[in-house]
Write a protein that binds this ligand. Structure first.
Ligand code: PLP
Length: 964
């Protein structure tokens, strides 16, 4: 037998290439798909779609692709430049133990992290139950009637509480009071948010200033409880004084403390916000963590963010769904009160699971331990000559007046492996947490002891007296988390099965493609995910000294440089923690730029009618006036109307916000002319970058005329959706706007613009995902991904054209990376709506495409480059089979109101019912294609009733008696 001739080493090294792992189709698949579309090559296809006028001028300058192993090794070297010291900094970020069963089965489990936002209620019952647990936990601990799931971070939650109060209270004042003893990053974000909408923020830095402010006119006041310095006090009189002014009392609070302390709701608070970070989510240099907002019942209809509610399905069984303002910005647009879209679902699920696992008693025990250690620490420090501020009324944080020894003690702490917080000149703060040990307390005493001083002992200090530092009158007496879900799953076996039971109800990317237009549900590779739980990324505090965060600094610097290459922009900030926040930051930059030119009057923002709802919502949040412009019958921006509006508003034009390629899935050929038109009128061009998956390597918004874009790293750059967050929404700008990128005074970033997130690097801990993606793909790989995404969308559009016409296409019939299937004519012929097809797809084992956005009664399909040809064909075949079913309705075989589409999804229970009354057989309902007999997803509930849920709003855990 003859041996094959040896391959060159370089060819063998390619054997470990990442690219073919990320891209689902191979060369043979590609050839087949091109033949269906009728193009000779991928190059020819792309050239026929991407307008020549915008084609990239320069290739992306990125490092050559690394294998998975090599990229992990390189990132490990970067991570190791972070130094993990014991953190006593507190200030909203604490050590926590993520229970192993939650770490492995939620945080590291694709069944949870690859899920989408639960708009399709039937296939999202598991994660919605977890979110309902989250809401119930927040309501119970804060003693408030209603809570959402979730906010982006504590600081933005506080800012949203401010605007919620502004639109809800009777007071007509524009003054917002903040207790100076709130976390500094919270005050900073509030100031950023207040300025453009004419709210005056008064920070009360002393008791005298606080009392003086309360004596004046204001619409709301924010109190941090326990305070940033640790102080715990009774706020009843202050809440009464605030209410006497027809104003709202807002509390920023800590859920662990509330297991022991009187809850703000018991003082009749109006809004309560906070972070759930210390319920099992590592500090991660500042995020992602789930923040929360709870409010009084009267405010619930203007509560921002997502709210899970309980409704019923067609069979009358309880079923969960997103309630009320579910897609508020989509419906209310420029009248929306908040732009939150992607939130923090995965961290919220983790916090809720932490509460389920520990239960009320476990949480209380953790809190008692923290409080006892704090009391012991305090007593020992007193023996060493340091007494705590506020007479030591504290839960977990002490503030010590260290005077001119402040710097030397802080430096000694670092030498001994610990970070303390320096605050208010001459004070050091120490915060304890779940991870604090006896050895930590002894270390802290050593840090504070002067030469020759005798050290206290734990035993002696513990024996000395009272169990906690706060007064008895502030002790919690009310019960919380009495629902069985918090009192059942306390063994690891039980917990493991509960987590599995919930995730089995849901469809995520680990079971099926999720062809959601505009959402780019591509592969979230395991190698990209692995680094996020490395200790060097997970266990560092966002406000640790800069020299301990060197790894994050490098990660930030490299990722920004690469994203500048991908977009053609000059500067980027990774601080915004969702696309909506990137929009907000980008519009702030435009506003600040105009003001600096002496053009503060430029406040008109033109937005085409097809725009995503976050665009107008963000514009109103920066105080711009939105003018909606038309689209033509081909779905493109109506250039004549845009020109007319530019002329009409020329003197006051701030910017135009477009999405490119458009939300209609088309590369508009006149985009360059559009940018030039806007610039001629003195406006700036905002290009919404949610569709960058059609552009990377092919065209760059910074080159073709955009001034600002946000990216969605959780779409184009592989951060998983997490069931509705976390996301990262970098804001990218051209040269002259760089000085207006977000700053962060607390985190040491100077800028003309304030902070937009609590942490300087936003959701820092998930940035390694996008770093890994770009590092493993390289410039050619990223371009191949874009081209394949476009190829796949065109393949679907071509194969379905005789069954469901594509609504918008370019002149040659091609689409970009997504296509809108037009189902509108089916209503007349069969009574079938796009929603019925979406629900019938569940019976076929699919997550539906984007429903009725941007055009009502259509489905927008985005397959991404990661899907295999097998999966694309499985989807196409399902859609064709459904079209055949629709023909049976059109032919009159099945009535319009009783057929497999209207009754979808079919549960096992309804199919097994003793009497089957429908005009089609049971197996046609369950197994419309043969492959389903081998691999079948069973919807846990029938179609969920939306109207019932909003009429009978109920947003906490369902009493067991009703679960039947
Ligand atoms: C997803 C999306 C957004 C909003 O991004 P989030 O991260 O969800 O806040 C904005 N515009 C478009 C076109 C989008 O698809």
């Amino acid at each position: 037998m003859q041996m094959p001739s040896p391959l060159p080493l370089a060819a063998l090294e390619n054997a470990a290439e990442f690219l073919p792992r990320h891209i689902g189709i191979d060369a043979a698949d590609e050839a087949h798909m091109l033949s269906v579309i009728g193009e000779a090559s991928r190059r020819a296809l792309i050239d026929s779609i991407v307008p020549r006028s915008i084609a990239r001028q320069r290739p992306m300058d990125l490092p050559a692709p690394a294998t998975e192993a090599a990229a992990l090794a390189e990132l490990q070297a970067i991570a190791s430049k972070n130094r993990i010291l014991k953190s006593f900094i507190g200030q909203g970020y604490y050590g926590t133990h993520t229970p192993g069963v939650i770490l492995r089965n939620v945080l590291e489990n694709p069944a949870w992290y690859t899920a989408y936002t639960p708009y399709q209620a039937e296939i999202s019952q598991g994660r919605m139950e977890a979110l309902l647990n989250f809401q119930t936990m927040v309501c119970d601990l804060t003693a408030m009637p209603i809570a959402n799931a979730s906010m982006l971070d504590e600081a933005t939650a506080a800012a949203e509480a401010m605007t919620l109060a502004k639109r809800s209270v009777k007071s007509k004042s524009d003054v917002f009071i903040v207790a100076g003893d709130a976390h500094p990053q919270t005050i900073e974000v509030i100031q950023t948010r207040a300025a453009p909408i004419g709210i005056t923020v008064v920070v009360a830095n002393s008791q005298e200033e606080w009392q003086a402010a309360l004596a004046g006119d204001f619409f709301a006041a924010l109190i941090q409880y326990p305070a940033s310095s640790g102080w715990v006090q009774d706020w009843q009189a202050d809440v009464d004084a605030i209410h006497a002014k027809q104003a709202a009392a807002i509390f920023a609070t800590d859920l662990l403390a509330l297991t022991l302390l009187k809850a703000p709701g018991e003082w009749d608070a109006d809004i309560v916000v906070g972070s759930t970070q210390r319920f099992g989510m590592p500090m991660g240099a500042g995020g992602p963590h789930a923040a929360f907002m709870a409010c009084r019942d009267e405010f619930k209809r203007s509560l921002p963010g997502r709210l899970v509610g309980v409704s019923v399905d067609v069979h009358g069984k309880p079923a969960y769904r997103l309630a009320l303002q579910t897609r508020e910005q989509h419906i209310r647009r420029e009248k929306a009160t908040s732009n939150i879209c992607t939130a923090q679902v995965l961290p919220a699920v983790i916090a809720s699971m932490y509460a389920v696992y520990h239960g009320p008693e476990g949480l209380t025990r953790i809190a008692r331990r923290v409080a006892r250690f704090t009391a012991i620490l305090s007593r020992g420090l007193a023996q060493l000559g340091f007494t705590s501020r506020h007479h030591g009324s504290a839960f977990d944080t002490l503030s010590l007046h260290t005077k001119d020894a402040t710097d030397s003690i802080a430096a000694r702490a670092v030498q001994m492996g610990a970070n303390l917080r320096k605050a208010w000149n001459e004070y050091l703060c120490i915060s304890l947490d779940e991870t604090t040990t006896r050895a930590d307390i002894e270390l802290l005493w050593k840090i504070f002891a002067r030469d020759g001083q005798q050290l206290p002992t734990i035993e002696a200090m513990d024996a000395a007296g009272a169990p906690a530092l706060f007064p008895d009158a502030l002790a919690r007496t009310s019960r919380f988390m009495a629902h069985p879900v918090f009192n059942t799953h306390h063994s690891e076996t039980g917990m493991l099965r509960y987590i599995r039971q919930l995730s089995d109800k849901d469809l995520a990317l680990d079971r099926t493609m999720i062809p959601l237009g505009s959402c780019t549900m591509k592969l979230n590779a395991t190698s990209e995910m692995i680094p996020i739980t490395w200790p060097e990324f997970a266990h560092v505090h966002p406000f640790a000294p800069a020299d301990q965060l060197e790894g994050y600094r490098l990660l930030d610097e490299q990722l920004r440089a690469w994203l500048c290459q991908a977009t053609g922009y000059a500067g980027i900030s990774l601080q915004p923690n969702a696309g909506s926040q990137g929009e907000y930051a980008g519009l702030l930059a435009i506003k600040a730029y105009h003001a600096a030119q002496g053009h503060a009057h430029r406040n008109i923002c033109l937005i085409p009618s097809s725009a995503h709802g976050t665009n107008p919502a963000s514009a109103q949040m920066v105080g711009m006036q939105v003018v909606v412009t038309k689209c033509d019958e081909n779905g493109n921006v109506d250039m004549a109307d845009l020109q007319a509006q530019c002329e009409k508003h020329s003197a006051n034009l701030a910017c135009v916000m477009i999405t490119y390629p458009s939300t209609h899935g088309v590369f508009e050929t006149q985009v360059k002319a559009l940018c030039e038109l806007v610039h001629r009128h003195g406006g700036r061009v905002y290009v919404d970058g949610a569709n960058m998956n059609a552009l990377v390597g092919v065209a760059a918004p910074g080159e073709f005329g955009g001034d600002v874009s946000h990216l969605n790293l959780h779409k184009t750059f592989c951060i998983p959706h997490g069931g509705g967050g976390p996301g990262v929404g970098p804001v990218c700008v051209v040269e002259d706007l760089v000085p207006y990128l977000p700053g962060h005074a607390t985190g040491g970033i100077a800028s003309k613009t304030g902070a937009v997130s609590a942490a300087p690097l936003g959701n820092a801990a998930v940035l390694p995902i996008s770093w890994m993606y770009i590092r493993m793909m390289g410039a050619d790989g990223l371009q191949a991904a874009t081209e394949t995404a476009i190829l796949s969308a065109n393949y679907i559009s071509a194969r379905l054209k005789d069954h469901y016409p594509t609504l918008y296409a370019s002149a040659n019939g091609h689409v970009a990376h997504e296509c809108i299937l037009d189902l509108r004519q089916l209503k007349d012929t069969s009574g079938v709506m796009a929603e019925d097809v979406a629900k019938r797809l569940i019976d076929y084992g699919f997550h539906a495409p984007t429903l009725s956005f941007p055009v009502p009664n259509t489905l927008m399909v985005e397959p991404t480059e990661s899907e295999t040809l097998f999966e694309l064909d499985r989807f196409i075949d399902a859609m064709i089979a459904i079209r055949r079913e629709i023909r049976q309705i059109e032919a009159g075989t099945w009535p319009q109101d009783d057929n497999p589409l209207k009754n979808a999804p079919h549960t096992a229970e309804c199919l097994l019912a003793a009497d089957w009354q429908h005009p089609y057989p049971r197996d046609a309902a369950a197994y419309p294609v043969a492959a389903l007999r081998q691999n079948k997803y069973w919807s846990p509930v029938g179609r969920v009733d939306n109207v019932y849920g909003d009429r009978n709003l109920f947003c906490s855990c369902v009493p067991v008696s009703e679960l039947g």
